[in-house]
Design a binder for this molecule. Structure first.
Ligand SMILES: [Zn+2]
Length: 121
């Protein structure tokens, strides 16, 4: 029961406990990285290069980590080994955001269910 007298439902408490344990499990690894890892294959365009052959054999794949910061994309090139190693970091970050969204939903449901909440038109 919260201080304002509106309790979370049993289901919401169970959900929050599940989220908390998964959050803790991921946080303990410390393996969290925003952004995404993409692989790119390129064509240098030099005449006679294999990337211009028929059929073309593009260069790469080259791996790149990218992240949007204040609507600008920043990136780092990664070795193939790094790309493999860091994918779990990316996946963990995505999962944290999902878990956070679920926690927010519980808060929103609680606010909506609070009889003191005045609904705006
Ligand atoms: Zn080429």
């Amino acid at each position: 029961m919260t201080s304002f007298g509106v309790g979370l439902s049993r289901e919401q408490k169970d959900e929050a406990a599940k989220i908390a344990s998964e959050l803790a499990r991921i946080a303990k690894t410390g393996e969290v990285l925003p952004g995404s890892i993409v692989s790119r294959r390129t064509h240098c365009g030099r005449p006679g290069c294999r990337c211009m052959a028929e059929p073309p054999q593009p260069h790469g794949p080259y791996y790149q980590w990218t992240r949007k910061v204040a609507s600008k994309t920043v990136g780092r090139w990664l070795s193939p080994e790094q790309a493999g190693d860091y994918q779990i970091f990316i996946d963990n970050h995505r999962r944290l955001r999902e878990l956070f969204t679920r926690l927010e939903a519980i808060g929103l449901q609680t606010l909506e269910a609070d009889p003191r909440t005045r609904h705006q038109r």
